[in-house]
Design a protein around this ligand. Structure first.
Ligand code: ADP
Length: 735
């Protein structure tokens, strides 16, 4: 097939399809025509042979009957009384009447038993002896006879004789009746059955002489095939004749006496003396078929043309789709991704081609979408790059800047052309150079780096940057570095200021604590003096001065006492951070027990119940933690009007903290005071209602914060309070 394509130069699909479809269709057409013609010919041949068979059969019957009639004529005469009695007068009359009435008969003779013709309708025949003829001896044997063609002794013409023996009443053979007919008569009978152009029936005797005239006299003579076409002038030796002699096949194709190809059939007649052959020229059969075959050829050719037309149309359609596909591929390869094959115009396409075209369209849609996405993401990247307020740079692995955004120009104050092409080292502050190079080198080995560095602007300004450097990896290879740098100069400034403020705050707090400490500590001595002398006054002069003086002294003593408590609490407050102990591993259960023990009298006095769950090991300042528990329990009992104050302590583990709960059934706190109660000296009740200085919870807050936690409460007035505080697991590292 490849060779054929090469030789014929069939390059395109369309050419090949058209070629092969035409070839296959024409070949099938030709085969169809041949088959059709062959079948038609065979049918026609069979029909013709059947027809001829019938014809020949009819001929045979006709001739046999005719012979029977002629034999009957001779027999009838022989059986007449006049013949039996040899009444010559009457015999002659009967014979002449018969010849006159029966046209076929040529002559009638009566020969005596010695073979001499005594009475005849042909006077020239009288006296002629026929004893040499076969029919004479047959008659003497008492048998009727029909001769083959014999040449008449008087007429010298070919005749057929019918003889019948004549017997007297003693049944002795006394002579024979001989009737003769001319061969022409047979000829006439046979001639009547010529059919079609070349159909012919003729008689042949066993010697092969044609007994009837040929239908093709003129033709034969013109062609000099024979000198005369009279009966007995043509000798037949065709195949069918030979077959007939051997009683072989009755039907066949052969060459007849004219040398023409014919279809023929035969039958024996005249007691197997003669052969009736019916035949017809093959050419005529073929000629007759021709028209029908031409008709079939035209129909088949029309069908072939139609098929070729449809196939060419179809191949055009398919080829057009392929052209579209090729055009589409070329268009897409040139960067136009919106090309689609219009399938609506070609909705009657074969399914496979539709699938192919749909596949192509889907492919181009996907490509277009992908390209659009890429373009979109490129644009997004571009705007991210261009409009970003942070510096974005792309560097080669050696550190040369190959792309920077506008922010780089604005922040560094260098023009673009001075930045692109330079090494990043040009901009880094000397004190940060080594560290920055190290990070850059790690990035070139594939590790993203985040660090702080400083660059010097063109005007000599120090600019603090938060930098991220990321390796650019393409197909597994690092081909460069992306860097993003945020200008944090201002943040750094804020941070510095914040740190400064915090430092100052810390210092002032420390000063304050120092002051509180000094004040409370140093006030203790004069206070102790004031108190002791006031007590001395009270002891010595109570009842000696007037009543008002006693009261005044009592107020002064009470004031001094309260002042003492206040100064102690203030001292404790100032000591939370100042005189703090080291953090150690502490069992909070033990701490609680210790606090409970310290409050033993108070608990008993108020009939309070202190319960607790399993409490954890924590890290902290054991003294301060004891104070914390003690103060919360004490408050729970103090701010409680129940007959049996109840306080329950429990703890829960959280991610970073232990969360402790101290739940009481006391008077509760209004939630609007959530911050107030943790502030120093802030109380919700007067000292007449509940004793206290308002420092306890402020100290608790300080202690909790020192342990890295928070303190707060949840409460509803009259329904008790839950105090929560958290302690950092593992201890507060800032301590
Ligand atoms: P003090 O106990 O000396 O008054 P605190 O700082 O311990 O000072 O408490 C501040 C205020 O918070 C108290 O005066 C009280 O009004 C309120 N308070 C503290 N604990 C409780 C509690 N368990 N129930 C109700 N009120 C409380």
């Amino acid at each position: 097939m490849k060779k054929i394509h090469e030789i014929l130069g069939l390059k395109t699909l369309k050419q090949r399809m058209v070629f092969w479809i035409t070839l296959v269709t024409i070949s099938s057409g030709i085969i169809g025509i041949i088959l059709q013609s062959f079948i038609q010919y065979k049918n026609e041949q069979e029909k013709t042979i059947n027809y001829m068979n019938d014809m020949v059969g009819v001929q045979k019957d006709y001739i046999d009957n005719w012979f029977e009639e002629r034999s009957f004529n001779a027999r009838s005469l022989a059986n007449m009384d006049s013949f039996k009695t040899l009444d010559q007068e009457k015999m002659k009359t009967a014979m002449e009447d018969t010849v006159t009435n029966i046209k076929d008969l040529q002559t009638i003779h009566f020969a005596n038993k010695d073979g001499y013709i005594e009475i005849t309708t042909m006077p020239e025949a009288e006296g002629i002896n026929v004893s040499d003829r076969e029919y004479y001896s047959e008659a003497l044997k008492g048998r009727e006879h029909i001769t083959d063609v014999l040449i008449g002794k008087v007429t010298k013409e070919p005749n057929i004789f019918f003889t019948s023996p004549v017997r007297n009443y003693n049944r002795e053979i006394i002579g024979l009746v001989i009737t003769s007919i001319k061969l022409d008569t047979i000829n006439e009978i046979i001639e009547r059955s010529h059919y079609r152009e070349s159909g012919e029936t003729y008689l042949v005797n066993r010697e092969g002489y044609m007994l009837t005239e040929s239908r093709f006299d003129d033709e034969l003579i013109n062609q000099n095939k024979v000198k005369s076409t009279d009966p007995m002038d043509i000798i037949i030796d065709s195949e069918i004749f030979k077959n007939a002699l051997e009683n072989k096949e009755q039907i066949g194709t052969y060459r007849d006496y004219r040398g023409e190809e014919v279809l023929g059939v035969y039958e024996w007649t005249n007691s197997d003396k003669w052969l009736i052959i019916g035949k017809m020229d093959k050419v005529e059969l073929i000629n007759e078929l021709k028209n029908e075959i031409y008709g079939s050829i035209i129909i088949i050719l029309c069908i072939v043309a139609l098929i070729i037309f449809i196939c060419i149309k179809l191949s055009n359609q398919i080829a057009r789709m392929f052209d579209n596909l090729i055009k589409g591929t070329n268009t897409i390869s040139k960067g136009n991704y919106s090309y689609r094959i219009n399938l609506e115009k070609n909705h009657d396409l074969p399914d496979e081609i539709k699938v192919l075209c749909n596949g192509f369209n889907n492919m181009s849609i996907t490509i277009e979408e992908k390209i659009n996405l890429t373009e979109e993401s490129e644009q997004k990247y571009k705007s991210l790059f261009e409009y970003n307020t942070d510096i974005i740079i792309t560097m080669e692995l050696e550190g040369k800047l190959i792309k920077v955004n506008n922010a780089a120009v604005q922040i560094t104050e260098y023009p673009m052309e001075e930045i692109v092409g330079s090494s990043f080292k040009k901009f880094i502050s000397n004190d940060k150079m080594e560290m920055t190079i190290q990070h850059f080198q790690k990035a070139t080995k594939g590790k993203t780096q985040t660090f702080e560095s400083v660059i010097i602007s063109k005007n000599g300004r120090r600019i603090d940057l938060d930098i991220i450097v990321v390796p650019i990896v393409v197909n597994g290879n690092i081909i460069g570095i992306h860097g993003i740098a945020k200008d944090v100069t201002q943040n750094k400034e804020y941070q510095r200021k914040l740190e400064e403020t915090a430092r100052k705050l810390k210092e002032s707090n420390e000063d304050l604590e120092q002051f509180a400490y000094v004040a409370s500590h140093d006030l203790q001595e004069p206070l102790r003096m004031v108190t002791s002398y006031l007590q001395l006054l009270e002891r010595r002069y109570k009842g000696q001065l007037d009543q008002s003086a006693d009261e005044f002294i009592a107020f002064a003593v009470d004031g001094a006492k309260r002042m003492k408590i206040l100064i102690n609490d203030l001292l404790a407050y100032s000591r939370v951070n100042r005189k703090a102990r080291e953090f150690t591993q502490v069992d909070s259960m033990e701490v609680l027990k210790k606090a409970k023990q310290n409050l033993e009298f108070c608990i008993e006095d108020k009939n309070a119940s202190i319960t607790y769950d399993q409490l954890p090991m924590i890290i902290g300042d054991i003294t301060q933690l004891t104070y914390l528990f003690q103060n919360l329990i004490n408050n729970g009992i103090k701010f409680n009007e129940q007959e049996k104050p109840m306080i329950h302590i429990s703890a829960y583990e959280e991610k970073r903290h232990w969360k402790f709960l101290a739940k009481d059934n006391g008077i509760g706190i209004n939630s609007e005071h959530k911050d107030k109660i943790f502030t120093i000296f802030q109380r919700l009740h007067s000292k007449n209602e509940y004793e206290g200085t308002g420092i306890g919870l402020a100290i608790c807050k300080k202690i909790v914060e020192r342990h890295g936690g928070h303190i707060w409460f949840e409460s509803e007035k009259g329904k008790g309070t839950i105090f929560y505080f958290t302690i950092l697991k593992g201890g507060n590292k800032n301590e």
